[in-house]
Design a protein around this ligand. Sequence first.
Ligand code: MTE
Ligand code: MO
Length: 200
Amino acid sequence: MFTRGFIGRNRRNTPRPLPPGQYLETGFPVLSAGPTPHTNLDTWSFRIEAEAKILSEWSWNEFVNLTLHDLETDIHCVTKWSKLDTRWRGVMIDTLLENSRIHPKGSHVMAFCDGGYTTNLPLADLVHGKAMVAIEFDGQPLEAQHGGPARLLVPHLYFWKSAKWLRGLRIIAEDTPGFWERYGYHMYGDPWQEQRYSGD
Ligand SMILES: Nc1nc2c(c(=O)[nH]1)N[C@H]1C(S)=C(S)[C@@H](COP(=O)(O)O)O[C@H]1N2
Ligand SMILES: [Mo]
């Protein structure tokens, strides 16, 4: 689903260009703006909202029983590390929208999280196989420090858009800055265009 043309099935370990200004990282750095929240799975839920209305809501059990997809992809952090061939498993945003029979009117989404972090994205960047809510990394439940139990994964944008401890998506009519975007990060954040800060 995410293979890039010629790379095909031999993608793993194939040398390939990194986005401009990035270096290769083999560890997995942790970048969090605040403390790691620990939410009880009994009270966890995932919501899709619009105009202050809850359009859809899943408990943890309902969520993990949705169709799960595997995704192997590169990730690019605005602090300049890139990590290749990371392996994730989770629920595609397409699956969430299909299951809730939502035909969203808004053009954008605000991802919201335990701990209060938010980030804004065009809805078009979350659908057609481009993004998931990941619950596993490298075959294991997603560690809390990396966003477990569930995080957004939008690998074609800088990694600050991949909100950890994700609790839902709010569909919004107009693009509005999230947490880092209010501090001057780019509204869109395409690593290949080096859209790090507003004005890039
Ligand atoms: N909820 C939440 N999500 C977040 C962040 C955060 O501080 N809080 N940091 C973002 C940033 S800047 C990056 S680079 C990645 C880091 O993810 P990692 O800690 O798993 O490497 O998470 C993003 N998602
Ligand atoms: Mo980041």
